[in-house]
Design a protein around this ligand. Structure first.
Ligand SMILES: *Cc1c(COP(=O)(O)O)cnc(C)c1O
Length: 402
């Protein structure tokens, strides 16, 4: 993930931020991989009002702000229910717990994702069963899912990686044929649509993260689960408060995983800008595509193909494939151009999951991706000059460093 350094916002630092953003930085000035300060500057007063409102109420855990955020997100995505929780990781854990998945169970997922996807499965005591990715979309290859189903399989857990919907129809068909649940990891994809329907509402449950670097980011950790099933929603609401409906009466086993009112109030402000920010990201992507084409960069690197017409991508990341990727990243860094590798090591090869017995070579497409991918800065506040600096950095690397 992006490293979010904790720079305290002293009054002086805040003032500096303001003046900095009224001046356009020169093309060669270093800039951040994600500019959350610029985003905050644009909505500062509304966010501060929301924080003040919660402080005045002195109600910090769940409460009306969380309830309203849940309703607003459910309404926006067209889900019947939304349940806030402490993080995207917890959203996955709560969903698996609500489904009664545990020791002895298998859950089919992708080896090319953030660690939490498989970590949540392991955390409830189930076994992550990895299925290789489609090399074009970077998402779980739906055609390979069927062969991975065993009598122990309970669920399929696709990830809408980088903001692009996974190919849900064949995944849902495979699940329905075998009575399996589908839990969507939509942590990177809030607002993305598959055949007109919002991701997170296609399967039985959808899991979202409000980690600061996600498209809808809180001022700390936060997460949410969507579902259309009232019994599931009720279980989720109980599990997040130690398995109780009535205080000190515990019908099922739960954990402590709640969304803070402060986070909910801030998220409610940011939710109103989400569509605008998503369009901003798409605009930046379009510009990358034309700059790549103009400069014939496709001789060297490949950028993600335009998604299918019925698939709406929200570009949490713009991820290219680049030969000599690590050298390129270093060259860009020297030129003040930030980039990140999501993800350098596949989940099936992580030491933490070594007990599942996977070895290199089993997931060739995911393994190749982990060696070639490079995510470039993509956010609404990214300037034309900054994008040109990215493209120039890539071009100078391949044209001069043979
Ligand atoms: C961010 C992320 C998570 C975990 O979310 P947190 O809020 O950081 O716990 C899970 N899955 C994916 C794909 C993510 O990108």
């Amino acid at each position: 993930m992006v490293t979010l350094t904790d720079t305290p916002m002293t009054p002086t630092a805040a003032n500096k931020t303001k003046t900095q953003h009224s001046v356009r930085p020169p093309a060669n000035a270093p800039f951040p991989f994600l500019d959350l300060k610029a985003q905050f500057a644009a909505i500062r007063e509304e966010v501060m009002d929301a924080i003040r409102r919660v402080m005045d109420s002195q109600q910090f855990i769940l409460g009306p702000e969380v309830k309203q955020l849940e309703e607003e997100i459910a309404g926006k995505l067209g889900a019947k229910y939304a349940v806030g929780c402490a993080s995207g990781t917890d959203a996955l854990i709560l969903a698996l717990m609500a489904a009664g998945i545990g020791p002895g169970d298998e859950v089919i997922t992708t080896p090319f994702s953030f660690v939490a996807t498989a970590g949540a499965i392991a955390q409830v005591g189930a076994k992550p069963v990895f299925v290789d990715i489609d090399p074009v979309s970077f998402n779980l290859d739906a055609a390979r899912v069927e062969a991975a189903i065993t009598p122990r399989t309970r669920a399929i857990l696709p990830v809408h990686l980088f903001g692009l919907p996974a190919d849900m129809d064949p995944i849902l068909a495979a699940a329905h044929a075998r009575n399996l649940l589908v839990i969507e990891d939509a942590a990177q994809a809030i607002g993305a649509r598959y055949k007109g329907q919002f991701v997170g509402t296609l399967g039985d449950m959808g899991c979202f993260s409000f980690f600061p670097s996600k498209n809808l980011g809180a001022a700390g950790d936060g997460g949410l689960i969507t579902t259309n099933d009232s019994a599931t929603a009720e279980r989720l609401r109980m599990i997040r408060v130690h398995g109780s409906k009535t205080k000190y009466v515990h019908e099922i086993q739960g954990i402590n995983s709640r969304l803070d009112a402060l986070q909910a109030a801030i998220l409610r402000v940011k939710l109103r800008y989400l569509d605008q920010w998503t369009s901003g990201r798409a605009g930046r992507v379009q510009r990358y595509r034309s700059l790549f084409d103009e400069n014939r960069l496709t001789e060297f690197v490949s950028y993600p193909p335009v998604p299918p017409a019925d698939s709406h991508h929200v570009y949490n990341q713009f991820t290219i494939r680049a030969p000599r990727r690590d050298e390129l990243k270093e060259h860009l860094a020297q030129a003040g151009v930030p980039s990140e590798i999501y993800y350098p090591l596949c989940l099936h090869l992580q030491k933490a999951f070594s007990s599942y017995g996977y070895h290199p070579g089993q997931m060739p497409f995911a393994e190749k991706a982990s060696q070639e991918v490079l995510s470039l800065p993509v956010y609404p506040e990214l300037t034309d000059a900054q994008q040109e600096a990215v493209v120039q950095g890539i071009e100078s690397f391949y044209r001069t460093k043979k």
